[in-house]
Structures are given as structure tokens and as C-alpha cells.
Design a protein around this ligand. Structure first.
Ligand code: PLP
Length: 503
């Protein structure tokens, strides 16, 4: 059911001309524009209209920026109010009534324990800038330099600007295993996989020969977004809090993508009840306009004036749009709505897994949903999901002996993500299938649905709809996605059948 709408020759010509000029003039590093050859000209809520007259349901939402969808009335009204007031639009970090209102609303939403002792630093407007600021903050506060981060993490794209400016930027990052069921690095999945991941972290911190000195901070995403929509188990989150707190290592929660109701609570750390020492926030907090901040506990506030400066820290329109968005999500319980609708969408998507062998896994939290596409003909890799009931050593749920590590066995300096060679019956998931995932994305677009791809192998089809999506719209999204998966599956069966008949 490809979307067919009558489009005038002129509109199609303009659309194609813009796309042609884009590919001729913009950089080879452009991203979304490659897989999504559309030219948005109008948008409202979940819907985007292209220059060619076609309409799309937008489940990319500016990579998770649009908590309220495109051009929500409360956001437009807030922007218009600032424009009509004659207020200055760019004011560095000077105090303004617009900023004052934003901070008040932001602090109202923070997890208890942070809300009453919070400080906020306005950074350059990108999430990656807030991450840089948070690293400087914890380095200044602890006098230490290294950072702990996790496999599959995504925190942004900046490198080198500080080095070129002669600043200290030699951040040493030690990478630790992030727990995941489907492709568990320890080959066990479930609570045991998460427990092993936590023990690995503990051992890296406590082993004087791990090669990792006590770090300035640990940064983690409560749900990995770009890493393939992988929610961290709440128990593991609490373990990370306890491990960092007992060793005086500040815990930084990167809520750039998970924040503002997306995962079913206002901030994703609330699922586990963890209070981080610092939070990096961007995307939805600017209500569709660029804005980023670090929020942290007051005792960390020992950095020097100007320690993290930048020209564009006073975007008044973004602050007004952000205040309106935060208040609307809070007052209308949109986080709860995301939890409820998200779990319904997830359970419906699970039927795709039963029906189509190329759907390897369906997972998510709230309205952050991922469908991992696999090659059903590919050999299952050792390790991965076993439901936590057994493991590569066949030990079932037997408690771990202290110090016992099932894999890897070569100490903290080894590769914790190396798959465990398990018995044949415990073969794990099929290989990721990025080409099939890209085909699903293309088929979605043909049907008027915009989805993102993510994950370690770009094989996870991602849904990030606005929190305002209606039940009817959610049903239309799922229909179009199922239809796209079916089309790709049919093509795959034909191809595999042809290969088999040739051999
Ligand atoms: N942190 C997380 C968790 C993200 O998902 C992203 C972007 O997707 C960033 C940081 C970087 O944000 P930005 O692209 O605004 O620099």
C-alpha cells in the first residue's frame, strides 16, 4: 500500500531540484538526508508534508527532539510571545525573565535529591557540548581525569576543538560492558548478564592492575538510543549508582535522548530511582529549538568562571519553547501516556517477531522503540539471549561464586565484548542485517512512514514518535511498519528460494 497522491509536475520538479542541489552542494558527511530523500515544507504533530505534496508520519521526530511533535500550538505561542515582546534574542549567559522561567520549570521536573541542590550550566546548544561541559565539571571537582563509558554508547561528535584551542582535552575513556539481553557480551542475557556486567565494572575499578585509574566520572545512558534502543535494567542502574557512590566517582546520566517523558517517566533515571550527580540534557528541552544544559549537584560547582563558555548559550526562543514543552509534558502526564502507549505498541510489534524470521528482537521503553533486523539464513552467533535461565557454562541460575567470571576469562584488560563460544544448542541471535534494515526503512518511506536506523550495525529500525501521538496514529504507524517488513520478507524469501534452487 504505497502512498500514492497526485502531485503536480511543478511541485515534483521543485522537490527533485532541491534534492539534486543538496547532493551536489552539501557535504559527503550528511546523514539522514541520504536515506530520507524528502523535502519537508510543512509539518504539524506527527505529520510532515513534502515539497512533492506527499505526507509522512514522522517517527524520527528530529532524532527525538520533538516531544510534542512538529509546531505544537503551545510551543508556537511561546515563541510568538517572545518575538512580540521585543526581548533580545541572543544574550550570552545574561539573566533574563525568559531564562528565569525556564530554570524554574526545569528544576521542578528534576529527580528528588537533585532538584533541591541543583545548579545549571548553559552550554553551546548541542548535546555533545553538554557532554564536554559535564566532563570538565567532574574533572575540576575530583581532580581526576579519566571517564568511564559503556560499549555501544553515543554521546556526540565533538573532537579536537579544545585541542586546537590549546585546552586540556586528553580525556581517557575506559569502556565497560553495557548489559543487553539480545546480544549479551557474556552470552547469558537476563539478570545474570547484567550482574556480570556490573561485576566487570567493579573489578576494573578495584583491581590496581586493571590499567584504569580511579576516574573523574562515569557517563551512561539509561536507555541507549543510537546504540540500538537498549534499556538498562533498573537493578544494574542501581548497582552503577552504588559502585560509583562508594568510590566517590560522580555519575553522569546522559538524558539527551531519554529525557522529557520519552521513556515513560519524566527522566529515565526515575525508573530505577537513581539520583545521578549530574545530568546532560538537550534535544526535547528546547521544545524543537537548539538548547543544552548540564544540571548537577551544588557541591560539584567548583570550576572556574569561564571554565565552559560559548557564544550561543542564551537562545531565548529555545528557552521559551523549552519551558512550554516541559510544562505541557508535566501538566498533561505525557510521560505516563508514553509508558502506556509504548508498552501496547511493543506488545503488538512482538507479533512481527513471531511472523517474520528477519525480525530478531523487539525492545524499548516508553516511546523509544527498536526492531532489530537480522539475517534469518545467517548462522546464529554464540552468546546472546538465553532468557537468563542458563548460560554458556550450563550453570542455570546457580549463584555466582565471588570472583567467578564466566567470560571473558582473561582479566579486565581483555575484550569484554568477545562472544563466548557456547554449546551448539545455545547459539545466539542471527547476524545483524543492515541491508535488510535499510530496505525496511525504504519500504516504510514508500508507505509514508519516516523511521530511523540505529544500533551497532545500523540494523535496528527505530521509532521515536512524539508523545502526543494518538492511538489511531500509532495504529497507522504499526500497520505501515508491518507492511514494510512483510514486503522485505517476501523479497528475501524469493531471493533465498532462487539461491537454493540454483545450488
Ligand atoms: N547524547 C545522546 C544520548 C544522544 O543521543 C545524542 C545525539 O543523538 C547526543 C548526546 C549528542 O547530541 P547532539 O547531536 O545534539 O550533539
Amino acid at each position: 500500500m504505497a502512498v500514492t497522491e497526485s502531485v503536480s509536475g511543478g511541485a515534483r520538479g521543485a522537490h527533485e531540484g532541491i534534492l539534486r542541489r543538496q547532493s551536489a552542494r552539501e557535504s559527503a558527511a550528511r546523514t539522514y538526508a541520504r536515506a530520507l530523500p524528502i523535502v519537508p515544507v510543512r509539518a504539524r504533530g506527527l505529520t510532515i508534508e513534502g515539497a512533492d505534496g506527499r505526507r509522512y508520519l514522522d517517527c524520527l521526530s528530529g532524532a527525538g527532539t520533538l516531544a510534542l511533535g512538529h509546531n505544537h500550538p503551545v510551543v508556537l505561542e511561546a515563541i510568538r510571545k517572545v518575538l512580540d515582546s521585543g526581548a533580545p534574542l541572543s544574550v550570552l549567559d545574561l539573566a533574563t525573565p525568559v531564562k528565569d522561567a525556564f530554570i524554574t520549570e526545569l528544576f521542578r521536573t528534576l529527580p528528588p535529591g537533585l532538584a533541591d541542590r541543583a545548579r545549571v550550566q548553559f552550554c553551546g546548544p548541542a548535546g555533545t557540548d553538554a557532554v564536554e561541559a559535564a566532563f570538565k565539571l567532574v574533572r575540576a571537582a575530583t581532580g581526576r581525569s579519566g571517564i568511564l563509558a559503556f560499549t555501544g554508547a553515543y554521546h556526540g561528535m565533538t573532537t579536537g576543538a579544545l585541542a586546537a584551542s590549546g585546552g586540556a582535552c586528553d580525556v581517557r575513556v575506559a569502556r565497560l560492558p553495557y548489559p543487553q539481553d539480545y546480544r549479551c557480551p557474556f552470552g547469558v542475557g537476563g539478570p545474570r548478564g547484567a550482574e556480570l556486567a556490573a561485576r566487570w565494572t567493579e573489578s576494573v575499578l578495584d583491581d590496581p592492575k586493571s590499567g584504569v585509574p580511579l576516574p573523574a566520572g562515569m557517563i551512561l545512558e539509561p536507555v541507549q538510543g543510537e546504540g540500538g534502543v537498549i534499556p538498562a535494567p533498573d537493578d544494574w542502574m542501581r548497582r552503577m549508582r552504588q559502585i560509583t557512590a562508594t568510590r566517590s566517582v560522580p555519575l553522569i546520566a546522559d538524558e539527551v535522548q531519554t529525557g522529557v517523558g520519552r521513556t515513560g517517566t519524566f527522566w529515565a533515571v526515575e525508573h530505577s530511582g537513581v539520583t545521578p550527580d549530574a545530568m546532560v540534557l538537550s534535544k526535547a528541552i528546547g521544545g524543537s529549538l537548539p538548547l543544552a544544559v548540564v544540571v548537577y549537584r551544588d557541591d560539584l560547582d567548583v570550576w572556574e568562571p569561564g571554565a565552559h563558555a560559548g557564544t550561543f548559550r542564551g537562545n531565548q526562543l529555545a528557552m521559551a519553547a523549552g519551558t512550554a514543552t516541559l510544562a505541557h509534558v508535566r501538566e498533561n502526564s505525557l510521560a505516563e501516556r508514553a509508558a502506556e502507549l509504548g508498552s501496547r505498541m511493543l506488545s503488538q510489534l512482538c507479533s512481527l517477531k513471531e511472523e517474520f524470521p528477519c525480525v530478531g528482537d523487539v525492545r524499548g521503553r516508553g516511546l523509544m522503540i527498536g526492531v532489530e533486523v537480522v539475517d534469518p539464513e545467517g548462522e546464529g552467533q554464540a552468546g546472546g539471549q538465553t532468557g537468563g535461565e542458563t548460560d554458556a557454562a550450563g550453570q542455570g541460575d546457580a549463584p555466582l561464586v565471588p570472583g567467578q567470571v564466566l567470560a571473558p576469562a582473561d582479566g579486565p584488560a581483555g575484550d569484554p565484548t568477545a562472544p563466548v563460544a557456547g554449546p551448539r544448542s545455545l547459539r545466539g541471535p542471527h547476524p545483524a542485517a543492515p541491508e535488510l534494515a535499510a530496505a525496511v526503512q525504504r519500504e516504510c518511506l514508500r508507505r509514508g512512514l519516516i523511521v530511523e536506523l540505529g544500533g551497532r550495525h545500523s540494523s535496528v529500525v527505530r521509532l521515536l514518535p512524539p508523545l502526543t501521538i494518538s492511538d489511531e496514529q500509532a495504529a497507522a504507524v504499526l500497520d505501515r511498519l508491518a507492511d514494510a517488513v512483510e514486503a522485505v520478507s517476501r523479497g528475501l524469501s524469493r531471493r533465498n528460494g532462487a539461491v537454493r534452487s540454483r545450488t
